[in-house]
Design a protein around this ligand. Sequence first.
Ligand SMILES: [Zn+2]
Length: 237
Amino acid sequence: MGIITSAFRTLVDFVYPPLCLSCNRLLEDESDLCCAECLSEIPRLSSEHPLFIASRDRMRSSGVVDDLVSAFVFEKTGGLQKIIHALKYQNIEAAGTMLGHFIEKEIAARCIVPSLLVPVPLHAAKQRDRGYNQAEAVARGIAEKAGWQVDAELLKRVKNTRTQTKLSFEQRQKNVSSAFVFRDRNVPDLHDATVMVVDDVITTGATIVECARVLKEAGATRVVAASVALAAKDSDL
Ligand SMILES: [Zn+2]
């Protein structure tokens, strides 16, 4: 780091010291975003966790999602809620990359090799407001180390769906029905492909199921849903 850059960094740290997104304690490494203690307190998912089993079964019953990978349990309060909030509403896109690294570890542990990662698209108007798609930030974090391919342009959201809070799986399915199409007429050959559809938090899974349906109709061999966290259906998300 040059002297000027270093001096500028010191000034920025003085005015905006790097604080943990969850507990506001000063971070030693500014690239961390969240302290190790807060991260260790976020409840983890395993393939035996009841929420994981219920979510995977619900999505599998659609016939278009084959498997699920997810790292954390989403709770209404706590560290993860604050990090996701920062990612979605405070313009901290780097939080997506950090969270993506946790999913990548789960994928590696499960020996899944995605051919392509497809983030759940936002409606263009919403993406304009936010400045980026948070699911794409997560997908890029997953793909970073392994060098997997991310295609954020493959699908397009054509319906700006109303908020899904308090809707059941069936109501959500209706809400997102026909919400996604391929952006281009030139759909890539997805035969033999394991496509991973990535979102920040999955509640019922209806949105991912709808993306998976479009991908399967185009011939994708296997669709795996991936998310930072799973939320119980009664959480206000
Ligand atoms: Zn902390």
